[in-house]
Design a protein around this ligand. Structure first.
Ligand code: NAP
Length: 448
């Protein structure tokens, strides 16, 4: 009997799970995504100027474009169809839905006007259909970006680049026109620990020094290492490379470019200042204690900022019908098998960030998804067969609910429409952002 599997999420984790499953042979896989477009964070997370990483979508697309795999875009599992309902149509359900929200700073003023999560900003510039186009105006002169991970680096870079440096990408018209009119001159990236502990990778860090209109400013004093950092440095070649880049920058005087990217270390945010709107960020200088934990020194300072972007990491959200580990922000699992009350819940699986937390690069998801699929395949004989086995059944169910499913052909029609829009604008491709526009573009080819 053909094994019928639903995969929720068409980002790298979901697609690598499809790849591993289809190698097995007698499977039929339906991949659901709440966006009309596939590829998850490859489309909606990776920055527009990181074309090489984005080009992974071609390989991911080849996996989805197989005869026994269907893409069901624009379906929100949890509201359009519940997990219990899904199980009427599938022998196994695998969630690869990622980490949908951001980690909070838990400081006063975090929700003032002008304070945003990185997820909001990234979704906006990448034209996610759920992100309002008018969320950002970039009237701020000075922006504080909290965090020293690769997302913070993405935000710093995009704010520092000129619109001309992004025009060759597929960035949406809405974001390009706001970036063109940006008032931002100073971007302060705030790390609560030192340069050795920073999470960014060297390649991404170096790119900050290649921006046409921006100087990178690093204070030599913040690169001085304590004993614990020295010891850590000795074991981390990546941190050694980062430190070299940072020391080079610290040794150079700014060349007077119109924008400045200030990389600050040993500063933790203690309050976002302002009555209704952000007027600054109060930070406290930090150091490591004997146990290696960050502690405040009591010395505070105010960073001039009319906008704060919090890039403190992503966080998984609970999935209705599945257990959730609130501390870790993941679905508890053993090798990808969902675990409830200490026992694996047969037929339910997780892969990617909702399985292990928001860490690693895109390729990390390959081994992660393979592990989950190995568990699923091992269980296959034990799985009670779903009652509705006709592949059309789930489509009829969704149609009755008035859900406009976007098929793979629908996605290909969206791609074509984005290329045509690019031609009209004299650019290679321009992204379509609004859901109704995406559905209109897909409608010519929406049959599965
Ligand atoms: P991340 O790498 O975990 O970095 C989060 C940053 O926020 C860290 O510097 C962390 O500091 C800081 N932070 C956390 N809580 C804080 C708080 N309360 N106050 C101040 N700072 C706080 O997360 P990310 O940048 O969101 O990236 C997620 C994953 O996506 C990573 O694996 C990343 O490499 C990947 N990614 C890759 C690329 C790329 O390859 N180009 C681009 C984007 C994202 P501590 O270290 O002190 O906790």
């Amino acid at each position: 009997m053909v094994l019928r599997v639903a995969i929720i999420g068409s980002g790298p984790a979901g697609v690598y799970a499809v790849e591993a499953l289809t190698r097995r042979g007698d499977v039929a896989v339906d991949v659901f995504d709440r966006s009309p477009c596939p590829f998850g964070l490859v489309r909606y997370g990776v920055a527009p100027d990181h074309e090489k990483i984005r080009s992974i979508s071609a390989a991911l697309g080849n996996v989805l474009d197989q005869s026994h795999v269907r893409f069901l875009g624009n379906v929100d599992v949890g509201s359009d169809i519940s997990l219990a309902e899904l199980r009427l149509f599938y022998d196994a359900v695998l969630f690869a839905s990622g980490a949908a929200t951001d980690r909070r700073l838990d400081v006063p003023g975090e929700d003032l006007l002008g304070s945003f999560s990185s997820t909001e900003f990234v979704a906006w510039y990448n034209g996610h259909p759920d992100a309002p186009l008018d969320t950002f105006t970039l009237d701020a002169r000075s922006v504080a970006v909290v965090g020293m991970g690769n997302v913070a680096v993405d935000l710093g870079r995009l704010l520092a680049k000129t619109a001309d440096e992004l025009r060759h990408t597929d960035i949406g018209d809405h974001a390009l026109s706001v970036l063109e009119r940006s008032h931002v001159t100073d971007i302060h990236m705030i790390g609560r620990r030192g340069p050795v502990q920073a999470k960014f990778t060297t390649k991404e860090l170096r790119e900050l020094g290649e921006i046409a209109n921006a100087d990178v400013i690093v204070d030599e004093a913040e690169l001085v290492l304590d004993e614990a950092s020295e010891q850590l440095l000795a074991t981390r070649p990546a941190a050694q490379r980062n430190l070299k880049v940072l020391r080079d920058w610290a040794a150079h005087l700014p060349s007077g470019r119109p924008r400045r990217l200030h990389l600050r270390f040993w500063q933790r945010p203690v309050e976002v200042l302002g009555a209704t709107r952000v007027t600054g960020l109060r930070v406290e200088e930090t150091r490591l204690d004997e146990a290696g934990n960050v502690v405040g020194t009591g010395r505070t300072a105010t960073i001039d900022a009319q906008m704060v972007l919090r890039a403190a990491g992503y966080r998984g959200v609970p999935i209705a019908g599945l257990p959730f580990d609130d501390r870790a922000g993941i679905v508890p699992n053993a090798a990808g098998r969902v675990v409830g009350d200490g026992e694996p819940l047969l037929g339910l699986y997780v892969a990617g960030w909702i399985k292990r937390g928001p860490t690693g690069v895109i390729g990390t998801n390959k081994a992660d998804a393979r592990e989950t699929v190995a568990s699923l395949v091992e269980d296959a004989q034990l799985l009670p067969p779903a009652p509705n086995r006709d592949p059309e059944d789930v489509l009829r169910f969704l149609t009755q609910r008035d859900v406009r499913v976007v098929s793979w052909a629908g996605w290909q029609a969206i791609e074509l429409a984005e290329s045509q829009l690019g031609q009209q604008r004299g650019r290679a491709r321009v992204r379509i952002s609004e859901r109704h526009e995406l559905l209109r573009a897909a409608s010519g080819a929406a049959t599965l």
